[in-house]
Write a protein that binds this ligand. Structure first.
Ligand code: NAI
Ligand code: MG
Length: 495
């Protein structure tokens, strides 16, 4: 076992070249690895195991061997073990936060420490739900006893992205495990270490093979995992494009999938809104502290025309006050973009936006001046004005610190603009008019609607999108029951 260390560089080195299969850290069958860099300096911090089909076979075989005994463990006892995982992770929050900031470039105070705490909390929450795996009795006929029971699906594959790796992994594996499944996770290329440390820690509590983790690229490791004949369910968070590939592969095997994909979440600010509240909500909603790298990012801010100027001024002032810099420094509010590739995507959209006739790019915050970060993947947050629905920036997910303010003249126009998107993940409306708020909650095409606030995902509330934002729900008891169990109907003739 690796000793707890607060030096994230040492931890990344210690975890280099390893995966977690059948209770032990081990190198990939091929021996191949690839470099992982700290996005703030581009210095190499370690090597990720470049897992492939051979590692998938080992991990799935281990999960399959472990599954019957895990499923036979009393549900409440599985829950207790998962809750103990939560306690253990809580004791390692600081270490996981540092490691996450090192590999993702997210600021420790505003992002990584919060994420590591929620990771632990998700295990604690689902750990309490073991006894909720209940069925129903159905009054069909006096001579029959008919009931349903919840059964585990078997080996679950979880493919996760790099933007919130600890939390997004927890939302998949905690409910899957409590429901009696065993799991193989495929981590994202850009963020392999934090989740591997979690997997390694949890071996102190979970039986071998119950929770396995491999790394490697999408087609090389994720592809064979989804296609493996013994994988009976796939849960995925990431891009729409990859979601479609995974969905097709799952369709070939006729197994269920849960997909949490992108978003272009609208925020409607009515003229009667509390301006300060709405502006603060735009800052959290847009996830500026995460450089906008969030599927939920409030990347289309629709503002009633008379309020636009004041809104822009107030939002710019707030974002200007945020400190961009060293992800591991407590004073930092905003860290970096994850990778050169992602920075390229963000710059591509900035170029398109700036080249649009009539558009104006309001740049916020200041770039870090420390020469240590000369190569760092920093980019200034931008608020675009003068873009409309015809812009690629209005229609496509950017996954960067780029938002836009689009004026509207009537409430109906605002709802119509908000719904003019292929995506439907989250939406908010800011108003003091109760009728408008209730009407909007009905008319907005999104899986998660909030009024006058912008809370982040909560473990007890179902989360998931409509349209191309995904299929199925994550978090909540409902997600555990609907997406990680099969419901069996049993009919017994009693006389
Ligand atoms: P991606 O969807 O390609 O990657 C996410 C995960 O899927 C990674 O673990 C990756 O290795 C895996 N993957 C990729 N191709 C695969 C395949 N053929 N089979 C199985 N697994 C595969 O996302 P990427 O390339 O990192 O980012 C591209 C865009 O996706 C971003 O700019 C953003 O718009 C969106 N995205 C959305 C996320 C969300 O939270 N919904 C998270 C990450 C990215
Ligand atoms: Mg990709």
């Amino acid at each position: 076992m690796i000793q707890p260390v607060l030096d994230p560089y040492a931890l990344a080195k210690a975890l280099s070249g390893l995966q977690l299969i059948d209770g032990a850290l081990r190198p990939p069958a091929s021996g191949r690895t690839f470099d992982v860099a700290h996005p703030a300096t581009l210095a190499v911090i370690g090597q990720a195991a470049d897992g492939d089909a051979a590692d998938v076979d080992l991990a799935v075989a281990a999960a399959r061997r472990a599954q019957p005994a895990w499923a036979k463990t009393r549900a409440r006892d599985r829950g207790k073990l998962v809750a103990r995982c939560g306690e253990l992770l809580m004791a390692h929050v600081e270490e996981l936060a540092r490691l996450t900031s090192l590999e993702t470039g997210k600021a420790i105070r505003t992002e990584s420490r919060v994420e590591a705490g929620v990771l632990a909390d998700v295990f604690t929450f689902f750990g309490g739900l073991g006894s909720e795996l209940k069925g129903e009795t159905i009054p069909f006929h006096p001579d029959q006893l008919i009931f349903t029971q919840r059964e585990p699906i078997g080996v679950v594959a979880a493919i996760i992205p790099w933007n919130v790796p600890l939390l997004l992994m927890a939302l998949k594996i905690a409910p899957a495990l409590v429901a009696g499944n065993t799991v193989v996770v495929k981590s994202a290329e850009e963020a392999p270490f934090g989740v591997l440390r979690v997997a390694e820690l949890l071996q102190q509590i979970l039986p071998p093979g119950v929770f396995n983790l491999i790394s490697g690229d999408g087609p090389g490791a994720g592809g064979p995992l989804v296609a493996h004949k013994d994988v009976k369910k796939v849960t995925f968070t990431g891009s729409v494009e990859t979601g479609r590939i995974i969905s097709r592969a799952a369709a070939e095997k006729l197994i269920p999938v849960t997909l949490e994909l992108g978003g272009k979440s609208p925020m409607i600010v009515m003229g009667d809104a509390d301006l300060d509240l709405a502006v603060a909500g735009a800052v959290t909603g847009m996830r500026f502290t995460r450089q906008g790298q969030s599927c939920t990012a409030a990347s289309r801010i629709l503002v009633e025309r008379p309020l636009v100027e004041r809104f822009v001024t107030a939002l710019k002032a707030k974002v200007d006050a945020m400190v961009m810099g060293d992800p591991l420094d407590e004073r930092t509010d905003i860290g970096t973009i994850i990778s050169p590739r992602q920075l390229g995507t963000v710059r591509k959209y900035l170029t398109i936006g700036r080249a649009t006739p009539g558009a104006e790019a309001v740049e916020c915050s200041a770039m870090p001046t420390d020469p240590r970060f000369a190569e760092g993947l920093f980019v200034r947050p931008v608020i675009f004005l003068g873009l409309d629905r015809s812009s690629a920036l209005f229609q496509e997910e950017i996954f960067g610190p780029v938002t836009m303010i689009v004026p509207f003249d009537s409430y109906d126009e605002a709802i119509e603009l908000a719904n003019d998107s292929d995506f439907g993940l989250a939406a908010t409306i800011w108003t003091t008019n109760l009728h408008r708020a209730l009407d909007a909650a009905q008319r907005l095409e999104a899986g998660f609607v909030q009024v006058n606030q912008n809370l982040v995902v909560q473990p007890q509330l179902s989360y998931g999108g409509v349209k191309t934002s995904g299929l199925g729900k994550e978090a909540s008891l409902e997600a555990m029951l609907e997406h990680f169990t099969h419901k069996k109907t049993v009919l017994i003739r009693v006389r």
